[in-house]
Write a protein that binds this ligand. Structure first.
Ligand SMILES: [Fe+2]
Ligand SMILES: [Fe+2]
Length: 409
């Protein structure tokens, strides 16, 4: 059985099955480690890890600890409570339908990706950063998000593996714009935060490709080289006339963590700017939920759960809660499993339907076959229209080999 425990409950003889942190933050080659002696426990503590998962079938047990299943259920319930407590004015009003915005959002994403590629190529060649082009694309993204944020957010999640660095920059920009708009920032600040998101990893262009695209876990030395991208990014921005302080802070603080375990400066709490705190959440969420060369993505719901677990420790508590309210646990375009055994795509989660969205049923998992004529269900309805059904979990689209966006209205 998998259980989650505090590191100070670790004793020799236990078997760690997960460090409850991203791969890069712990010094072991694998996530599976037998705790042979106190030295291993000390090493885990040194890296600032607070909680780990243990496998009680492979090592010693702690009787009172929550099982992984209980813990996931508890966090899920708490996240649903966070969403339910959203106030009227934080619910995103949409000017156009998802379908209407999708074509435009597709063009914007395409253009943004090309812009970031060009900017990064320029940096590699030692040319000056083209601020005007970057700014133009940020403004187009803002327009799309104002019309209907779901279109750009859904498209931002889709990417080919080799496009990670470009698309990650584009998507952190999308998330920063949507998130700052949700938090009520003024138009100019939203623009500057978006710009920061687009450029936050620009220093990565100075990392050798053999490290940047390495398909395995990085060595400690390689990780040290990766960390320099923050300083390099700041140097590039400092030499670029017209870059604002806000955009600069997004870059310089996006790997800092509240508890001081971040880099490059190990800043703590209020030493980290709000721009940096927001960027840390957006950056981490995108990195966790997309395929990278050394780590497979996790589903958005698991991504939110990980952010939620880090709230108040590494990430700002209030901001994590607002991020969850902004993007919801069932974003448009995601595949979910219903109580009835049907699989469906979320097609509308507007207004008060973040937990009970409208879905389009496409697959019958009981019969393991696709529905010939996909149909819609409004899960917020208590009866009729299939309304008595409810979401039990996320499903991976890869499992049934589908491209979710092609099923959207
Ligand atoms: Fe970064
Ligand atoms: Fe990043």
């Amino acid at each position: 059985m998998i259980k989650k425990i505090n590191v100070n409950e670790l004793i020799p003889g236990m078997f760690i099955s997960d460090f409850n942190c991203t791969w890069l933050q712990h010094p072991f080659l694998s996530n599976n480690v037998k705790v042979k002696d106190e030295k291993i426990i000390n090493k885990i503590c040194e890296y600032g890890i607070r909680e780990v998962y243990i496998d009680t079938d492979k090592g010693l047990d702690v009787a009172h600890a929550q099982t992984e299943k209980e813990m996931i259920q508890q966090i899920q319930t708490e996240i649903e409570e966070v969403i339910e407590s959203a106030t009227e004015d934080t619910v995103h009003k949409k000017q156009t339908s998802f379908k209407e915005e999708l074509v435009n959002a597709g063009k914007v994403i395409e253009e943004a990706s090309q812009t970031v590629k060009n900017i990064m190529e320029d940096i590699k060649l030692g040319k000056q950063l083209n601020i005007e082009t970057a700014n133009e694309i940020v403004l187009k993204m803002i327009d799309s998000i104002i019309r209907n944020k779901d279109a750009l957010v859904s498209l931002g999640r889709i990417r080919k593996k080799d496009e990670y660095t470009f698309m990650h920059s584009v998507n952190v920009c999308v998330l920063m714009v949507a998130f700052s708009k949700h938090l009520g920032y003024d138009d100019k600040t939203i623009e500057l935060l978006g710009m920061g998101g687009l450029l936050h990893d620009i220093g990565k262009m100075r990392i050798p490709l053999s490290i940047l695209n390495k398909p395995y876990k990085l060595t400690a030395r390689e990780y040290d080289i990766v960390k320099v991208h923050v300083k390099d990014g700041c140097d590039i921005l400092a030499q670029s006339p017209g870059i604002s302080e806000t955009s600069f802070l997004v870059t310089s603080h996006h790997h800092e963590r509240l508890d001081g375990t971040g880099y490059p400066r190990g800043l703590k709490g209020e030493e980290i700017s709000d721009a940096g705190k927001m960027a840390a959440i957006a950056d981490m969420y995108d990195a966790m939920t997309s395929d990278r060369c050394y780590k497979m993505k996790i589903l958005p719901t698991s991504g939110l759960r990980e952010l939620y677990e880090l709230r108040g420790i590494q990430l700002d508590d209030v901001m994590v809660q607002e991020f969850i309210r902004c993007f919801g646990i069932y974003p448009v375009g995601t595949l979910v499993r219903l109580k009835s055994g049907l699989l469906a795509i979320v097609i509308d989660n507007s207004d008060h339907n973040l937990l009970q969205p409208k879905v389009r049923v496409i697959y019958d998992a009981n019969k393991e076959e696709f529905i010939r004529m996909p149909y819609e269900i409004d899960l917020s309805q208590s009866s009729g229209d299939g309304g008595a059904d409810s979401i039990t979990n996320y499903e991976s689209p890869e499992r049934i080999h589908i491209h979710t966006l092609s099923y959207l209205p």
